[in-house]
Design a protein around this ligand. Sequence first.
Ligand code: PBG
Length: 326
Amino acid sequence: MTLPGFPVARPRRLRTSPTLRRLVAENSLNVSQLVLPLFARSGKKLRRPVDAMPGVFQLSPDEIVREAAAAHALGVSAVLLFGIPDKKDAKASGAYAKNGIVQQTVRRLKKELPSLLVITDVCLCEYMAHGHCGIVHGAKILNDPTLKLLARTAASHAEAGADIVAPSDMMDGRVRAIRAELDNEGFLDTPIMSYAAKFASAFYGPFREVAESTPQFGDRRSYQMDAANANEALREVALDIQEGADIVMVKPALAYLDIIHRVKTEFGLPTAAYAVSGEHAMIKAAAANGWIDERAVTLESLLAMRRAGADILITYAAADVAKWLR
Ligand code: PBG
């Protein structure tokens, strides 16, 4: 097909009014796509702000319910739950404790807001004294011994009522281990949303302050992906799908739109984009200085993720976005 050229073709014809522009819009943002990350820690009426992330708090379970209820009332259908335990150790006991902070909070959320989807982040870094996502031996992060702990953690989340479990550790084989444990425990219908292509990124800085999960030595480059690699991201995603992932995630989002696009095009699975803490912090900081329009930039960034192929948008701005979309 040869396309007509100018003057027959005038792309501006379809831009003459807001209604016409809406009619031909190829992508859109909808509140049903949004997931709000929340950080739980023990206590009552606790709302501890975090320097690097304006608008984000460490919340006690009662406050989590309040925050989630407010977002849910605006149409946000899902939260992604992280936990900050009272005690850390070398085997991440708090991650799979029957009454751990995430397990407690999930039970409360499911009781008080049954229609809200509760997704739990499955990782060990917040629960390990050394802040790494796996069992440490010397300077090494051990892969296979870590799988058992991750599987136990995921099953304990499902047992507490989690609707979806989301492993973010980047150990090899964790999706298979988690699927096997969930099935073994009778949670055949609990989906896995894997952080399938998760890059070792400087954009996670502010998160580690909120989650108190900064590694005490070294970095995460022996398990998270190198920012230079795209083909490897496809291999990572393919492996997670083979092992049983139901939803795959790319993280961070804005600097990795090419990965989102390739993952969606190649596999066609429900694909999530995680607009991470550093992305959020940059928008907030520039907006606070009056340098950019927070609302316009946030919506444009999320729309870019949709255009790249993301179905699900995990964003700290979920509640604001829900308001703006009204
Ligand atoms: C835990 C985890 C991290 C994030 C999500 N899950 C931090 C990390 O890998 O260091 C980052 C989220 C964000 O920056 O918003 N492994």
